[in-house]
Design a protein. Structure first.
Length: 150
C-alpha cells in the first residue's frame, strides 16, 4: 500500500491475477484516491481466453482465478477501470512474476516453483536513471503493455 500511496505520476500493475490487489479494500481505496488526484493507472492482466497451448502456463500462474474475460477477473478492480486516467489491457503472454510500480519504485513478486504467490519473494527496486534492474522490469511491463489489447 505504501508503494501505491507514494505515487505522484503513474502506477502500473502487471500480473496474471487481480487477486493480490483486489483482495485488499484499503489498496483499492488508495488506487482510487490516487487516480482521482491525477495519477495515471495502467493495469495489464492475462487474458483467460488464451489458446489451449497456453492453458497449462495460465493454470500454473493462478489455479484459483476465474475463467473468462480479464475484466471479470479484476473483481474489485472493476470500479477502478471506469475512472478517468485508468487503462486496462489484457495480454496473452506468460509472466513469471508480477510487477507493481509507482513512479521510480518497483516491486517484483517472483514466481517460485512450489510456493504460493503469498509466500514468494518480492524484490524492491528503485530506479537510478537509465539501466539497472528497475529499468529492466519497467521494460518488461512496457513490452507486455504494448502487446496487450483493451
Amino acid at each position: 500500500m505504501r508503494l501505491f500511496g507514494s505515487a505522484k505520476r503513474e502506477i502500473g500493475i502487471l500480473a496474471d491475477s487481480a487477486q493480490p490487489i483486489a483482495g485488499y479494500p484499503r489498496v483499492l481505496g488508495v488506487l482510487a484516491e490516487k487516480t482521482v488526484s491525477g495519477v495515471s493507472l495502467r493495469i495489464c492482466m492475462i487474458d483467460r481466453r488464451v489458446p489451449d497451448a497456453d492453458r497449462s502456463a495460465v493454470a500454473q500462474a493462478d489455479r484459483t482465478a476465474p475463467a473468462g474475460d480479464a475484466r471479470k477477473a479484476l473483481g474489485g478492480l472493476a470500479a477502478l477501470s471506469e475512472l478517468d486516467g485508468v487503462e486496462v489491457r489484457v495480454h496473452r503472454g506468460v509472466t513469471y512474476h508480477a510487477i507493481y510500480y509507482a513512479d521510480d519504485d518497483v516491486l517484483v513478486a517472483q514466481g517460485v516453483h512450489g510456493f504460493s504467490a503469498g509466500q514468494a519473494p518480492v524484490l524492491y527496486l528503485r530506479s537510478a536513471g537509465e539501466g539497472g534492474m528497475a529499468a529492466a522490469y519497467r521494460g518488461v511491463f512496457a513490452r507486455f503493455w504494448s502487446w496487450g489489447t483493451e
